[in-house]
Write a protein that binds this ligand. Structure first.
Ligand code: BYC
Length: 327
């Protein structure tokens, strides 16, 4: 009885302590302080960041695959050199992000394991195929364009290592977006066949690009808490609308048509209206049933298996160095 009473007292003291810490944490967030790896943080904040940053890192790495598909077939040496550099940039983004994620107390091995076993998601957009060279233009213009729209606010994310990684990523993404637009410009100013390719790529990438922003606000389970913690600064629908407002005039400049009969300027709202997204397709892709889900994960699994000897050699070298230093 007596010890049970003490336990209960201990529990309530613990919860008072926890409530005080939570309040102090939220106060720092509200004051726009950056949270750093050694600072106290609620477990749910840590978990949310691991989920989002790792999904983001995996997206950068899996995102290399659809573009890598065209490196050997780029139409000129100049295009090939640019595409090669872009795909290498994506690898770099993945590495900054894995490093930022590791500061939250999870290892790279665990993160990779979560991707390969399907526990961690990556962006839905990379489960679509790149059928023609115009798709490389559409990816740069639309996919990187959507990525920047989502990522600029992440430069102000409350978690320091993620915010700082995003500053560099965004600089490179804006170059990627412009190279994609320039490919689309060249095609749309080209012959009829090239114009058709550009329109066809826009037709296939438009809707999946809108899906990149995630479910609509009413179905977004994490947005409210992530906004309160200033991990997210805008909701999914707000960012999607910003993207549509910026991109529709660019499509018109290219002489291309947005594949949406409901896409029209709305004088009352001051925004471009757009039609309903096919959320069934989005859910199917998230469930692993998109056109390329299996192929993408298999490619990552093969790369992991083929790289086993590199990890083994690095480990052996590190052990040798450690032995030498100890001697
Ligand atoms: N694909 O409550 P919600 C790039 C998941 S590209 C797959 O709204 P949240 C690049 C979500 O994870 C893009 N899954 O979640 C560009 C959650 O599932 P769980 C990578 C998605 O986190 C060019 C559930 O749906 N960018 O970088 O508040 C070349 C409910 O959603 C998607 C980032 O990752 C999707 N599209 O908001 C190479 C940016 N959308 O975890 C690379 C950072 C939602 O509960 N991430 N889900 O099972 C974010 O800003 C946010 O995580 C999201 C989702 C806006 C994506």
């Amino acid at each position: 009885m007596y010890t049970q009473g003490l336990d209960q007292q201990g529990d309530s003291l613990k919860s008072v302590d926890e409530a005080t810490r939570l309040a102090a944490f939220q106060k720092r967030i509200d004051a726009e302080d950056k949270i750093e790896p050694r600072d106290w943080m609620p477990e749910a904040y840590r978990k949310t960041l691991i989920r989002q940053i790792s999904q983001h890192a995996h997206s950068e790495i899996v995102g290399m695959l659809p573009e890598g598909n065209w490196i050997t077939r780029a139409p000129s040496l100049r295009r090939k050199a640019i595409l090669l550099a872009k795909v290498q940039d994506e690898a770099g983004h993945g590495l900054y992000l894995y490093s930022a994620c590791e500061t939250l107390g999870i290892s790279r091995d665990e993160l990779i394991d979560q991707l390969l076993t399907g526990k961690a998601k990556y962006s839905s957009i990379f489960n679509y195929p790149t059928l023609t060279w115009a798709d490389i233009g559409a990816i740069g213009w639309l996919v990187d364009g959507a990525a920047i729209m989502n990522q600029i606010p992440l430069c102000r994310c409350s978690y320091g290592p993620y915010a700082r990684a995003m500053v560099r990523v965004c600089k490179e993404e804006s170059f990627h977006q412009r190279q994609g637009f320039e490919i689309m410009l060249a095609l749309s100013r080209g012959n009829d066949e090239q114009k058709r390719m550009a329109q066809d790529a826009l037709n296939r990438w438009w809707w999946p690009s809108l899906m990149m922003f995630g479910p609509s606000d009413k179905d977004s389970k994490h947005s409210a808490q992530s906004m309160a913690w200033k991990i997210k600064r805008f909701t999914n629908d707000e960012l999607r609308q910003k993207f549509v407002d910026v991109t529709v005039p660019q499509a018109h400049f290219l002489g291309l048509e947005i594949p949406d009969a409901d896409c029209q300027w709305n004088d009352d709202t001051g925004h471009w209206d757009f039609g309903e997204i096919d959320w069934t397709e989005f859910k199917e892709v998230l469930a692993g049933n998109g056109p390329c889900n299996r192929e993408r994960l298999q490619a990552r699994q093969d790369a992991h298996d083929n790289g086993a000897w590199v990890r083994e050699a690095a480990r052996a070298y590190a052990e040798k160095q450690a032995r030498r230093n100890a001697a």
